[in-house]
Design a protein around this ligand. Structure first.
Ligand code: SAM
Length: 235
């Protein structure tokens, strides 16, 4: 599937820059998103470029949208929440699992020095890589692989963010996390019973914090859900 979303901030009656400003004010203020760098990045990234063209007018709504192959671009608030939970200052090397449209990777590119992002569906990875290249996100590298295994050749990471729902914490992430690094990951037995966890590496230990309930598509792979099992449990 290929699509060519609008390439400017204006389309017909829609001023996407204004919709983005409304998104930030209405969806984030009052819901705990206070990190000024995260708010600036969410104001900057043209989300309408990351959704199918016929959905561009909904790009700044408070909801996830379909991007093909049964996958979704996460709700803007969820992206902002996960980025804030990583506590990035700008010099970090970050790994994202679940490239999808490439939107969260684009937001992360404003917040960290280097972003690696992994997608298991080759077509989505190729589309996202092309989109990120076209939009000038030069510090993002997209790989097609099973992200449950992390990315050993680029480790260690200062932060790992997983944008699909895991069954348990894949051991590879702990092994590939730098001292003081953070893993932000939704974990749970079904789509509608996941908890967002933040794990911080302290020596050989991981300190876990429950950040509340969320809903994601499944993380499928060797250290994640089996595809058939996920379809049985989640659909
Ligand atoms: N971050 C994405 C964005 O900004 O558009 C949204 C991610 S979507 C909610 C979850 C993605 O995780 C899907 O594209 C799915 O194919 C991918 N995924 C699931 N299991 C994976 C795995 N083991 N490795 C890499 N990607 C995986």
């Amino acid at each position: 599937m290929t699509y060519d979303p609008p390439t400017s901030d204006t389309s017909g009656f829609f001023r996407f820059d204004e919709l983005r400003e409304v998104m930030v004010r209405q969806q984030f203020a009052g819901r705990g998103i206070v990190d000024a760098r995260v708010l600036a990045a969410m104001r900057e990234v043209p989300r309408h470029e990351f959704v199918p063209q016929h959905l561009a007018i909904y790009a700044y709504d408070d909801k996830p949208l379909p991007i093909g192959f049964g996958q979704t671009i996460s709700q803007p608030y969820t992206v902002a929440f996960m980025c804030q939970a990583m506590s990035l200052h700008g010099g970090e090397k970050v790994l994202e699992i679940g490239t999808g449209s490439g939107y969260a990777a684009a937001v992360l590119s404003h917040l960290a020095e280097r972003v690696y992002t992994i997608e298991r569906i080759a077509e989505l990875a190729a589309e996202a890589a092309e989109r990120l290249r076209r939009l000038g996100y030069a510090n993002v590298e997209v790989r097609t692989a099973d992200g449950t295994l992390g990315l050993a050749d680029a480790a260690p990471f200062d932060a790992i963010v997983v944008t699909a729902g895991a069954q348990t914490l894949p051991p590879a992430y702990q092994e590939q996390l730098a001292e003081g690094g953070r893993i932000v990951i939704p974990i749970g037995p079904t789509r509608h019973s996941q908890t967002m966890w933040r794990y911080t590496r302290v020596g050989d230990d991981l300190l876990g914090e429950d950040l509340g309930p969320f809903a994601f598509v499944p993380l499928i792979g060797e250290q994640g859900w089996n595809k058939d099992e996920a379809e049985r449990e989640w659909c």
